[in-house]
Design a protein around this ligand. Structure first.
Ligand code: FAD
Ligand code: NAP
Length: 339
């Protein structure tokens, strides 16, 4: 377990904003956790920092997850139970599972960050969510000072949400997850762009590797690369509104993309709403809205976290004023604010 004092965090998040932490602790094994204390008001767990905006310095301790590894733990023939530790790179797990002949993660290819953060917001892309393949989560409970396990049903998963992100935020350090992956591949091709991408390569009946490669190609083309331009992916969640609200919005905005979310609600495209308000490609100093994707706020170099947050507030307020739809941040903002 390595520790450091007064460390710069610029390279610890994909936004690349300058901030300092009073203390940083690297967790190399579950045993390290038993020797630490976590103060929810000031402390923070960081994985790859790809879903976090540091709005100012962290007065407490930043815990870094360095518990790595992945392996198959049970083979039932048709399916395999895989254990992945929290400090493992998510995309390396996806590639490893494909090499092992296992499917279920291909639509989630190239999502940045570490395994331990994946349950936090029930990561999802191209119509697939982590919760569909997750079997259980192991976590260190800072409150009780012991290891606990949650079945998928106990994780409180919802659209880009879980108990770890909402009602139990700051209580658990996720040490490992168990995934049930399939030997027999069933393609999930609901998203038009994914089918079109495969179509461009004349692939009518793709295998899991081909779906993964198509997702990777699409993401590389559509999203700014955080190693070149600081960002945390989608800054806001796609809003879910009632069917009646969606209908009245469609009367005003004929091209508004919308998708059934569940029996009672409809999901709207936050990127489309932001673009309608004229923000795509907008820049204020070094804080901006990506010119490739309106849902992605970017750091052109030296924007501070506070400047990016101020821009996020202006985007949110203008969407609310023009459309009546309130956007909620998907990225986690530290120190915690009432956004
Ligand atoms: P961090 O950003 O380090 O942390 C995120 C949150 O999880 C924080 O609250 C942190 O405290 C907490 N946390 C991290 N690790 C642990 C742990 N072990 N135990 C307890 N709490 C923990 N997300 C999607 O869902 N789908 C996408 O398609 C997607 N695409 C993206 C594309 C780009 C270009 C970028 C930059 C981001 C994208 N994201 C996407 C967001 C992000 O990559 C994911 O949410 C990812 O799971 C975050 O992982 P991380 O390790 O970077 O977490
Ligand atoms: P897209 O394909 O351009 O679609 C725009 C929006 O419409 C998406 O947000 C998506 O919702 C929704 N959508 C499209 N087809 C849909 C369908 N058949 N059923 C339900 N919803 C549909 O999206 P994109 O921005 O290029 O992103 C592609 C995928 O990667 C999306 O799933 C997106 O969530 C994910 N992604 C996530 C992040 C992040 O940081 N969270 C960043 C980049 C990409 P959903 O977002 O709910 O899927």
């Amino acid at each position: 377990m390595k520790t450091g004092e007064n460390l710069a965090l610029k390279s610890f998040t994909t936004f690349g904003v300058a901030a300092r932490a009073a203390r940083v602790v690297e967790i190399d094994s579950p045993a390290d956790l038993a020797r630490c204390r976590f103060e929810p008001a000031t402390d923070l767990v960081l994985g790859g920092g790809s879903n976090v905006l540091l709005a100012s310095d962290i007065d407490g301790t930043v815990f870094l997850n360095r518990i790595r590894g992945m392996r198959a733990v049970e083979d039932r023939g048709q399916s395999v139970l895989v254990e992945a530790r929290g400090g493992q790179l998510w995309h390396s797990l996806v590639l490893w599972s494909l090499r092992e002949g296992l499917s279920g993660l291909e639509n989630l290819s190239l999502i940045p960050g570490l395994v331990g953060a994946a349950p936090m917001q029930n990561i999802g892309a191209y119509g697939v969510e982590l919760s569909e393949v997750l079997e259980r989560v192991e976590a260190w409970d800072w409150q009780q000072g012991r290891m606990v396990e949650f079945s998928t049903a106990e994780c409180g998963f919802a659209y880009r949400d879980s108990r770890f992100k909402s009602r139990d935020a700051g209580r658990f350090f996720i040490t490992r997850i168990f995934l049930r992956l399939a030997r027999h591949f069933t393609p999930r091709l609901d998203y038009d762009e994914l089918r079109e991408e495969l179509g461009r390569s004349n692939i009518a009946a793709p295998d899991a590797h081909q779906v993964s490669r198509a997702v990777i190609m699409l993401r590389r083309r559509k999203l700014p690369d955080p190693t070149l331009l600081g960002n945390a992916g989608s800054f806001f969640k796609n809003p879910q509104v009632s069917a009646a609200e969606a209908e009245s919005l469609r009367a005003r905005f004929r091209d508004l993309p919308s998708f059934p979310a569940n029996a009672a609600t409809v999901k709207l495209s936050a990127a489309w709403l932001i673009e309608q308000c004229g923000w795509k490609g907008h820049r204020e100093g070094d804080a901006g809205v990506s010119d490739r994707h309106a849902l992605v706020l970017v750091n052109h170099g030296n924007a501070s976290g506070a400047e990016i947050l101020a821009l996020a507030h202006r985007v949110r307020d203008s969407v609310l004023e023009r459309t009546g739809v309130r956007l909620e941040p998907e990225a986690r903002i530290y120190p915690e604010t009432r956004t």
